[in-house]
Design a protein around this ligand. Structure first.
Ligand code: GAR
Length: 194
């Protein structure tokens, strides 16, 4: 059984999908042992607590230059095998990326290499997709390295854009039809292969 850490910043619906997959038997080779938020008021923390999972708040604002080291120490103390960024809105660098190379993954709400990189996060991604006029978008699970959204792709799923979509309706459909499906699948695959 691999030890999984999930990093969050917001609502935590992707974390919820992972918890549900763990309870429902989709994830069998790993267990979420800690949920870390960089924001104290993230609703994702409530979801973790409700599921009986340990929570912690580690923020760049409080830690400054020590942020990456503090995260690394937290992971090492729990023998974490896989770090999952599930709506984590802070860019990682330094020690954590070196120590956990090939063991950090992220879910991004577009088909990388479209609509990714600096400034493309959350609703902004869907605003950009709609203003470009793409007819197909989706979600991507990829490894995390020093290039923002630049690591090797693990899994992708396409989602149709509909006439009349708003950034909010498109975000919801990408979550329902892609993110909540491929993130648990990718986590199970990686844990099983480790
Ligand atoms: C998700 O759509 C996720 O793909 C996106 O933020 C949302 C978080 O929602 N992540 C990024 O944009 C990362 N660049 P959640 O907190 O409900 O899982």
């Amino acid at each position: 059984m691999k030890n999984i850490a999930v990093l969050v910043s917001g609502g935590g619906t992707n974390l919820q999908a992972l918890i549900d997959a763990q309870n429902g038997g989709t994830i069998t080779h790993g267990k979420i042992v800690t949920v870390v938020s960089n924001k104290a008021d993230a609703y994702a923390l409530e979801r973790a607590k409700r599921a009986g999972i340990e929570t912690a708040v580690i923020s760049r604002r409080a830690e400054g230059e020590n942020f990456s080291h503090a995260l690394t120490e937290h992971m090492k103390a729990r023998s974490i095998d896989l770090i999952v960024l599930a709506g984590f809105m802070s860019i990682l660098n330094g020690e954590l990326l070196r120590e956990y190379e090939g063991r950090i993954i992220n879910i991004h709400p577009s088909l990388i290499p479209s609509f990714c990189g600096d400034g493309f996060y959350g609703l902004h991604v869907h605003e950009a997709a709609l203003s470009y006029g793409v007819k197909v978008t989706g979600a991507t699970v990829h490894f995390v390295n020093e290039v923002v959204d630049g690591g090797k792709i693990i899994m992708q799923k396409a989602v149709e854009v509909r006439d009349g979509d708003t950034p909010e309706t498109l975000q919801r459909r990408v979550m329902e039809e892609a993110e909540w499906i491929i993130l648990p699948r990718a986590v199970e695959k990686l844990c099983a292969e480790m």
